[in-house]
Design a protein around this ligand. Structure first.
Ligand code: NAD
Length: 373
């Protein structure tokens, strides 16, 4: 399904490419809207509603090509289908991307978010949203004014669960511990060299947790201020972005952008495992096998980074306290990852394949097994 509000204009070639992407997609539908006042395009990709209404974040950024924004929404929505199913929660897979045409001032941005909220409300029952790259809990408060009860991750003051990053980071930390135990035995993470790519909301929290358990932490980032803070004030070793893949470490933790594990980067890796928070770390499905062939243990991203999603749903719809949410995040990530590593070993398949099978089984069953746990 393509819905387009009047006034939107894309070139014929671009329109054709987008039509192709939608036709080739295995998801349920894509809502497409052009926001005339700001020039932004909005894509709400609904991948699967088999386990419930689609729930996924809203990403807002500039894309050099519009089709990349659509593709991002589609790939991220599919990831959410697996994320909810693997986490054993009743949610469908969806994601929204607001592709900005030009930088907006605060007022223009708030107006765009309100119009976006109206669009979400119009499709009530199909899609619920939360923060993602380029959007914050404060933005969710604005969207929620137009789409009450369809927004997760509002500020604590507005009655929401707040920033999900601490929960996401705790889940990644648990994935790192689980992976380290498997690879290095009892000593686990202690004394291990961990390279964190991206010291933003999630990476920053993760670095803090890693420092607390005696790891040697290296980091990389592209923002000058972030680099300065972590290098000068926190005394961490900085790895320039172009040197990340060939830097020797025990575990590489991608916490910045997607697609970093690809045909070109995987042969350069000098680590025993990849465990991070970025969505869609594999550029293509065959990259899972490439990692396996190189003896690099991969913690599937949609399992390792599920903590924020699990916590927000639990806190906002089930009355979990923050402590309860943290406990559930740790349990869900550890149990799932241990099961995935076992299955991959027994069946000789990649960990990504094992994770997808686990999620698909829960989708096919129609009732995630730990829904009421
Ligand atoms: P963020 O924007 O706060 O941080 C990203 C950081 O990565 C920034 O500091 C940025 O400068 C840096 N960066 C960008 N490109 C880089 C590169 N090439 N090399 C090194 N650093 C680079 O975002 P975030 O909320 O921390 O999310 C990070 C990743 O985790 C994203 O892929 C996001 O989709 C995923 N994720 C986040 C959450 C969450 O709770 N925030 C949940 C699940 C998944």
């Amino acid at each position: 399904m393509i819905q387009q509000s009047p006034g939107g204009g894309t070139g014929n070639t671009e329109r054709k490419l987008m039509d192709e992407l939608i036709k080739a997609w295995d998801g349920e539908c894509v809502i497409v809207s052009h926001d005339r006042p700001s020039g932004a395009w909005i894509f709400i990709a609904i991948h699967s509603t088999k386990l419930g209404p689609a729930i996924g974040g809203t990403r807002m950024k500039h894309y050099s090509e519009l089709k990349d924004a659509l593709e991002d929404a589609q790939r991220l929505a599919a990831g959410m289908t697996y994320k909810w199913a693997a986490a054993g929660l009743r949610g469908g897979g969806g994601k929204a991307v607001i592709a900005l045409d030009h930088p907006l001032d605060q007022q223009e941005r708030a107006s765009l978010l309100r119009r976006y909220g109206t669009l979400v409300r119009k499709h009530r029952g199909l899609f619920l949203t939360g923060p993602d790259l380029g959007t914050s809990s404060e933005d969710m408060d604005i969207i929620a004014q137009e789409a009450p009860s369809l927004v997760f991750g509002r500020t604590l003051e507005a009655g929401g669960g707040g920033n999900p990053a601490p929960f996401t980071a705790r889940g990644i930390f648990t994935a790192l511990e689980t992976t380290a135990q498997r690879l290095f035995g009892k000593g686990g993470l202690s004394g291990k060299k961990i390279l964190v790519q991206g010291a933003g909301s999630v990476g920053r929290e993760l670095i803090h947790l890693l420092q607390g358990c005696g790891c040697e932490v290296l980091f990389s980032d592209i923002e000058e201020e972030t680099v300065r803070l972590h290098r000068n004030e926190k005394g961490l070793s900085f790895v320039p972005p172009e040197a990340v893949y060939e830097t020797a470490c025990d575990i590489f933790a991608p916490c910045a952008v997607g697609g970093v594990l690809n045909e070109e980067s995987i042969p350069r890796l000098r680590c025993r495992a990849v465990v991070g928070g970025a969505n869609n770390q594999l550029a293509a499905p065959e990259d899972a096998r490439r990692l396996q062939d190189r003896g690099v243990l991969y913690a599937p991203d949609f399992v390792a980074n599920s903590g924020g999603a699990i916590a927000l749903i639990g806190i906002e719809t089930r009355g979990w306290s923050r402590e309860e949410a943290m406990r559930r995040v740790v349990k869900a990530v550890r149990d799932n990852l241990e099961a995935i590593y076992r299955t991959a070993d027994h069946e000789g398949i990649s960990t990504d394949e094992a994770a997808r099978r686990l999620a698909q089984r829960r989708i096919d069953e129609g009732a995630p097994e730990n829904e009421d746990s």
